[in-house]
Ligand binder design. Sequence first.
Ligand code: FMN
Length: 182
Amino acid sequence: MSEPNDPEKKPFLYVVVCACGIAGDVGKLITAAQGQHWDVGVIATPQALGFLDTEAIEAQTGYPLRSAWRTPGEARPLPPADAIAVAPATFNTVNKWAAGISDTLALGILCEAYGMGIPTAVLPYLNSAQAAHPAYHRSLDCLREMGVLIGSYEPHRPKAGGGADRFRWEEAVELLTPKLSA
Ligand SMILES: Cc1cc2nc3c(=O)[nH]c(=O)nc-3n(C[C@H](O)[C@H](O)[C@H](O)COP(=O)(O)O)c2cc1C
């Protein structure tokens, strides 16, 4: 963890985690980002909390795992984000984000990130039946137009065990690193 005004201050990455079967492996992304000299804070959707080991994430990042809004007057638990990775991103959160819905802390951060100019990458993880819904493609087009970088995961077949072995967590770091120096 770096102090403010520290000349060694590392860029700070928010990792937004949604409620996917693979969410519990988010430690892989934290490791990849820390290996590229990022500090990391994790924001989970309320639904994602059930998939995560809060203690392990807090131990790995050194920051509290956020999911709910802070109360007025409460200090900000995380430093401001230099970049945001949404991984894994659900069908639900992708569509709500593109539509400008802000009913979770995670979505609130994502909806504001566009106006704040914070580089953002999304790694959707969903099945091909979800991806076939016309709203999903509209949402991806909208996010692309907003400048969001989109991961390359091809949706898996429904009810066939998912595609965890093909999900490249580190792709979020690969997409965002060039944006920092841009
Ligand atoms: C065990 C389990 C695994 C799930 N995996 C996925 C998934 O991989 N992708 C997805 O889009 N939704 C998945 N869902 C459905 C989401 O959890 C559900 O749409 C939820 O409302 C998403 O909330 P969030 O977008 O706020 O995280 C899964 C649900 C369960 C119970």
